[in-house]
Design a protein around this ligand. Structure first.
Ligand SMILES: [Zn+2]
Length: 199
């Protein structure tokens, strides 16, 4: 689920090959990759890719493995809302910019709250479709923490839709994945949606 980089296509191309590919795209766009302003662009783009797609190097499961059980009986919902993320759509390689809201109902075990944001980040920094991103975050938390339930809502703007194609600025897409009590218990789901302001 996590380390799928180059799984299908074999060895990773070299940095040089990646930079050559960027040069080809600059040419394809109609510009001259040899002019001063573009000469270092392939190198910069390759470096930017290491950041934007650094999620392939991260194992989100490992972020959730350190848990705390000393919670003095706390057994109510824990919600981290407005987790900003940047991702890229796998159809156009265009940015997806948005926020994720993550909640879970613990089963004795809780995690450091920043860990939920790190899980979002690890899945976002890959080529994605929003539905898959939403499901992966929820499944990861469910499978490692085994809580009573998990809710994930993602609200994001897809630049492949706002800056090209149909050109609809300001349109955002909302997806949600509810597991366990968040799916089966209407009150739990309503509480979560109320906390994140989506009720
Ligand atoms: Zn797209």
């Amino acid at each position: 689920m996590t380390r799928n980089k180059n799984e299908k296509q074999g060895a990773r191309p070299t940095r040089k090959e990646a930079e050559e590919a960027v040069k080809t795209l600059l040419l394809w766009a109609g510009d001259d990759p040899a002019r001063e302003g573009l000469v270092d662009t392939p190198r910069r783009v390759a470096k930017a890719y290491e950041d934007w797609f650094g999620g392939y190097e991260l194992d989100p499961i490992s972020f959730l493995e350190r848990t705390f059980e000393e919670v003095d009986g706390y057994d109510e919902m824990i919600v981290l809302r407005d987790i900003t993320f940047e991702s890229h759509c796998e159809h156009h390689m265009a940015p997806i910019i948005g926020k994720a809201h993550v909640g879970y109902l613990p089963n004795n075990k809780i995690v450091g709250i920043s860990k939920l944001a790190r899980v979002v980040d690890a899945f976002a920094r890959r080529f994605q479709v929003q539905e898959k991103l939403t499901a992966q975050i929820a499944q990861c938390i469910q499978s490692v923490l085994k809580p009573q339930g998990v809710g994930v809502v993602v609200d994001a703007v897809h630049q492949c839709m706002t800056t090209r194609g149909i050109h609809k600025a300001g349109v955002s897409m909302v997806t949600s994945q509810m597991l366990g009590a968040f799916r089966n218990d209407a009150r739990t789901r309503a509480e979560f949606l109320g906390v994140i302001g989506k009720a």
